[in-house]
Write a new protein. Sequence first.
Length: 102
Amino acid sequence: MSIALVKRVGRESNYKQVHIDRESFRLESGGYAHEEGVGGHSFGGILFEAFAGGGRDGDSYEAMEFLEALRERAGDPSTQVEIDDNSDEPLRDWDQLMPDDL
């Protein structure tokens, strides 16, 4: 399951995403930048990942900074929430999600 907080301004966007599955917990960020007359490009990557069997990739300090930025973004009314529940059995009916549930 992934939950992304997306900020869009004009033709550009950036996101902060948390991904959780049976094997790992991942923090990602990225987006899309556009320059008139030149074009655009996507960017992004995994900032931190912890594995169910032990071990991790990434810096714990950067993970804490990411989570603080995620908390701030969640309070911004212009932020869009995108949920991707790609599990075999959905945890809940996301079509019935109410704003107060977030």
